[in-house]
Write a protein that binds this ligand. Structure first.
Ligand code: AMP
Length: 280
């Protein structure tokens, strides 16, 4: 497996694969890889001749008070996971390789990116769309893989690809959880043992909300109220949002009468965690 830091070297390798008629899959990540990322890589390896994993903590998707500086990094361990999963190339650029000092072009979106995380992280999806667009231009993948863990991000990327006529198929992959239910996340490493226990309240509320819908409840407010009550009972938890939206447009919606996304962001101490379920 190759590890490349330079855009031109990735482009040259992809060109060589293309000349051989090989298909290419891309898995964009911020590194500190876990089983959730691995599930995306596994799927990509099944469906493509060559798989590129990008590892880049994208500075322009972090707000000024967010965790850019402390975000966990371990390129050695990440490269090993990628190699064992069958990736062909890891693209791990430095910030300067991706953003010239006078970089000034962004991909902006409205609507799909306005609610949920878009509300609490105003510049986040502009940064995500911009970097994913750049990665698509560098790697020119046939398929790109994103987790439903970041469900709004998946909807945003699908909208960008549709709106800008990008030649890539977006593949969504289910959330991978710890055995006790907590959604796997690189940010779980921030949690103290006490916070790790408290963090279970997210998945417990997700499972409870999903069970209500499965039992026939269609009233969005009743579903959200019961989930919020569960979370509020945990002293270390502070709700950022718990919302129901239409799954395709991410518009706030109050009834389970179409595919919906029920999504939450909750602070456990200083750590902001997200979780969700999709009901189609
Ligand atoms: P990140 O490194 O957090 O930016 O995540 C990179 C990709 O992995 C995104 O598409 C995420 O949605 C996906 N991902 C992260 N955690 C999980 C998980 N627990 N299950 C499935 N996909 C995940």
């Amino acid at each position: 497996m190759q590890i490349e830091k330079r855009v031109d070297d990735v482009k040259a390798q992809v060109k060589a694969w293309r000349n051989e008629g090989l298909s290419v899959g891309l898995v964009p990540t911020m590194g500190y890889l876990h089983e959730g990322h691995k599930s995306l890589i596994d799927r990509a390896v099944q469906e493509n001749d060559r798989v590129v994993v990008s590892i880049f903590v994208n500075p322009i998707q972090f707000g000024p008070t967010e965790d850019l500086a402390s975000y966990p990094r371990d390129l050695k361990a990440d490269a090993l996971l990628c190699e064992n999963a069958g990736a062909a190339l890891v693209f791990a650029p430095e910030d300067g390789e991706m953003y010239a000092p006078d970089f000034s072009t962004f991909v902006d979106m409205s609507g799909v990116s306005d609610e949920l995380c878009g509300k609490s992280r105003p510049i986040h999806f502009r940064g995500v769309c911009t970097v994913v667009n750049k990665l698509f231009n560098i790697v020119t993948p046939d398929r790109a893989y994103f987790g439903e863990k970041d469900a709004q991000q998946l909807a945003v990327i699908r909208r960008m690809v549709r709106d800008l006529n990008m030649n890539v198929t977006i593949v969504g992959c289910p959330i991978v959880r710890e055995s006790d239910g907590l959604a796997k996340s690189s940010r779980n490493t921030y949690l103290s043992p006490e916070e790790r226990k408290a963090a279970l309240v997210l998945s417990q509320a997700i499972f409870a909300g999903k069970a209500l819908v499965a039992a026939g409840e269609t009233d969005g407010d009743r579903i959200l109220d019961s989930m919020k009550a569960m979370i509020s009972a945990e002293p270390l938890a502070r709700i950022d949002y718990v919302e129901m939206v239409k799954w395709d447009t991410i518009e706030v919606h109050h009834k389970v009468d179409c595919p919906v996304l029920v999504a939450m962001a909750v602070f456990i101490g200083k750590t902001r965690l997200i979780d969700n379920f999709i009901w189609e």
